[in-house]
Design a binder for this molecule. Structure first.
Ligand code: PPS
Ligand code: MG
Ligand code: MG
Ligand code: MG
Length: 342
């Protein structure tokens, strides 16, 4: 069966949420709260999660959602709660043409309840959405790359992925030109991209770069040294004969970049063997890369397993590359990390 309707709702929902995140991005007030794990969450993360989950609940009331955030930070902070509700309400008022398809939220109490619909535990059964309302919150705060990310899974397999990357250039050849792209994919049907400024345009099919010569290849990695091991990534790149400097950016913009041919490889080597990657950090981006001609595994060469709950607990790290390059890249990763295939 085709999931065209799920893709359409996913695209509309993340674009609507992106109006809110961009408003916050361009304002001075980010309303940051530090979570229990010391990571930041902003009023934009909360607002985007509320808008996207309410869209899913309106279009597919039986579905479950695994979302990154919960409402506890807002319940404990009336002024931030008011700020988020103001943003959500304004965004709903500004997009009335979408209400029939995406629904709305009646007040701030309902908004908090909607945010908490994202606390599902995930798993291997049924229709489950994986939502990262802002991926790369640190990038968002420092004015870098970020992405609004939504994946749709059936029985633990990602079938639809959609990403908005508001700060990636529409034309990679013109980095200072128009910014903002939306990418999406349906499993088995390829991946497409279009500018955010053209909401009614058909997406253009995208594919990964065809460069197979490592001396001309480029690799992407995250910005935060705590999220992936830059030193090991540099050493792997060197052993492969990659000479170009790494392309560093926050968020699933890395998956977006390689899926449209800007870079051939994305490495995310663990900095600790106890950290479990979150499903919302990879569901949408990994499907888009696969549908654009890439292969995404962990450092053991294992497929990402989205059936395990809120995290990819049976995987470690990420190795994403053009199909033709992946086996060689994986071998270099394993030699560097001294891991053997499971
Ligand atoms: N220790 C550790 N290792 C790996 N990943 C971690 C770690 N801690 C956090 N996170 C998750 O990293 C998400 C952001 O990933 P990025 O690719 O943007 O990281 S980077 O800053 O560019 O390196 C970030 O997603 P957001 O919270 O949505 O920004 C986290 O889910
Ligand atoms: Mg994230
Ligand atoms: Mg996030
Ligand atoms: Mg976060």
């Amino acid at each position: 069966m085709s999931y065209a309707n799920e893709r359409r709702i996913a695209e509309l929902a993340i674009q609507r949420a992106c109006l809110l995140t961009e408003r916050v991005y361009n304002s001075q007030v980010k309303g940051t709260i530090t979570k229990g794990d010391k990571s930041p969450v902003t009023i934009a993360d909360f607002g985007a999660q509320a808008l996207i989950i309410s869209s899913i609940a309106h279009a597919f009331p039986e579905d479950s959602v695994v979302g990154e955030e919960d409402s506890s930070g807002l319940r404990a902070d009336q002024s931030k709660r008011d700020l988020v509700w103001g943003l959500v309400k304004d965004t709903l008022d500004a997009t009335k043409e979408l209400t029939a398809e995406l629904g709305k939220i009646k007040d701030d109490e309902e908004m908090l309840a909607v945010i908490d619909k994202g606390t599902h535990q995930g798993g291997s059964v049924g229709r489950i959405w994986a939502l990262d309302p802002i991926d790369g919150t640190k990038g968002f705060l420092r004015g870098g790359q970020y992405a609004v990310c939504l994946g749709f899974m059936v029985d633990g397999k990602v079938q639809v992925g959609a990403l908005v990357c508001p700060n990636l250039p529409v034309d990679p050849e013109k980095p200072e030109g128009e910014k903002g792209i939306l990418l999406s994919a349906i499993r088995g049907e390829g991946a497409t991209m279009r500018p955010l400024s053209a909401p009614s345009a058909q997406g253009t099919p995208i594919s990964m770069s065809s460069i197979t010569d490592f001396s001309k290849a480029r690799f992407c990695e995250g910005v935060e040294a705590g999220h992936s091991s830059h030193s090991e990534q540099a050493s792997i790149a060197k052993s492969l004969g990659i000479t170009a400097p790494s392309i560093q950016m926050d968020s699933q913009a890395k998956y977006a970049s390689i899926s449209r041919g800007v870079g051939e490889i994305y490495l995310r080597l663990p900095t600790s063997m106890t950290y479990e990657e979150k499903i919302w950090d990879h569901a949408a981006g990994s499907l888009i890369v696969e549908e654009a001609g890439g292969v995404v595994t962990d450092i053991y060469g294992k497929e990402l397993d989205f059936t395990q709950g809120r995290t990819l607990k049976t995987n470690k790290g990420i190795v994403a590359a053009l199909k033709a390059l992946h086996p060689t890249v994986l071998k270099a990763v394993q030699e560097e990390l001294k891991v053997s295939k499971l």
